[in-house]
Write a protein that binds this ligand. Structure first.
Ligand SMILES: *Cc1c(COP(=O)(O)O)cnc(C)c1O
Length: 396
């Protein structure tokens, strides 16, 4: 499929969808698919969720945009809902995950200058993914994302993921650090989780050295891991949280949340966005947050996440080429010991949408509304394909 009018930035699968409903997508031929990637973690409530559809329709007939020159009622309501569910103090709204991280990085710079650090540095992780703007691709720990776009941005120090001793060493040897930016679970990097006690140790270290603890919850936020934010599996409070993806269920919105001293770093004129937090996206996002936080939706996500993880572990047990099945909530990676990008088109042919990241990790990010029957269906399509890999590919 050639799309000459579109810049060649994505290798696209030869399929196009015309509509979706819940966990299902339908292509131009009318073929039905089980969506197990949610537009890369975006369609948290699945497709055509009635609460989101209604909010968008109603807001579209009322008011789309006014700019941040005026107060925006839906933006205010969304900010209050996000602060209430997170314990954070205030919010800056952006249009994407990368922009939410840009706001976080600007907070880190401000904090550094307030501490009289001449060139403030942000500690970032190996295999991290923070976005495609120049600062966020610099913060990302993947040379493929950076190559060709030099010069990179100054002010970042790389550290190994999950290694608190390595951070102690950086803190000892370097007094120019003002913040650390880390994903609670690395998404694009291959679904890498942190040791259980890591975030508490990191909080203590950040307090000791006056670093802002900044979490990139663009992928892990909004219920994905079985808590509203992934840090809520622990007792800590971060200083800054960036989120996006599932926040809008498909409308482009990101948010940078701040707590304590980080909440008063920015003053009028310091940052801005024309579209950020406009009435349309905030109305949609408010429907998402209200739906996620009502009833026991998030507890159900945690339970279904356990069910999916247990099912995968059981059905893939003993397969010599399956290195590890890991994750939290409905954010799961299956690491093989061979490259496995070819599994994506095999699954597609069988009506299942999955993703492979970091070359050998099958990534599952199903809509958070998936039920156990649909999880059984997912397992029954995916596990045989994984078990037969790579024999099928070498025979093909
Ligand atoms: C997707 C992602 C981003 C980038 O978000 P965009 O909306 O594509 O800019 C940043 N950080 C993490 C952890 C992500 O998963």
């Amino acid at each position: 499929m050639t799309q000459p009018a579109i810049m060649n930035t994505y290798g696209r699968l030869p399929v196009s969808f015309t509509r979706g409903e819940g966990v299902r997508l339908f292509d131009t031929e009318g073929k039905r698919y089980l969506d197990s990637i949610s537009g890369i973690g975006v369609n948290a409530l699945g497709h055509s969720h009635p609460a989101v559809t209604e909010a968008i329709q109603q807001q579209a007939g009322q008011l789309l945009h006014t700019s941040n020159l005026y107060s925006v009622e839906k933006q205010q309501a969304l900010a209050e809902a996000l602060c209430s569910v997170s314990g954070m103090d205030n919010v800056f709204f952006s249009n994407s995950g990368a922009e939410a991280n840009e706001a976080a990085i600007k907070l880190a710079r401000k904090h550094g200058h307030n501490r009289n650090i001449e060139i403030p540095h942000v500690v970032v992780m190996e295999q991290a993914f923070h976005g495609r703007t120049l600062a966020t691709l610099t913060a990302s720990g993947n040379r493929k994302i950076q190559a060709g776009f030099e010069p990179l941005v100054r002010g970042f120090i790389r550290a190994p993921f999950g290694d608190i001793a390595a951070l102690e060493t950086i803190a000892h040897n370097n007094d120019s650090v003002s913040a650390i930016l880390i994903e609670p679970i690395q998404g694009e990097g291959g679904i890498h989780t942190l040791p259980a006690e890591y975030l508490a140790q990191l909080r203590a270290l950040c307090d000791r050295y006056d670093w802002l603890l900044m979490l990139d919850e663009v992928q892990t936020g909004n219920g994905r891991t079985g808590k509203y934010f992934a840090y809520q599996h622990t007792d800590i409070m971060p200083d800054v949280v960036a989120t996006a993806k599932g926040l809008g269920n498909g409308v482009p919105i990101g948010a940078c949340l701040a707590h304590g001293k980080a909440a008063s770093l920015l003053q009028p004129g310091n940052h801005g966005s024309t579209f950020g937090g406009n009435p349309l996206v905030c109305a949609a996002s408010l429907a998402v947050v209200n739906t996620l936080t009502s009833n026991n939706t998030i507890e159900q996500i945690a339970e279904n996440g356990h069910y999916l993880l247990a099912g995968l572990k059981q059905q893939l047990a003993g397969a010599p080429h399956v290195k590890e099945v890991r994750g939290q909530g409905l954010m799961i990676g299956i690491e093989l010991n061979t490259p496995c990008a070819g599994l994506v088109s095999q699954a597609l042919a069988k009506g299942l949408l999955i993703n492979v990241t970091a070359e050998r990790v099958v990534r599952l990010l199903p809509p958070l509304i998936i039920n156990q029957q649909e999880i059984d269906e997912l397992l029954s399509i995916l596990c045989p394909l994984i078990l037969a890999w790579p024999e099928q590919s070498s025979a093909a």
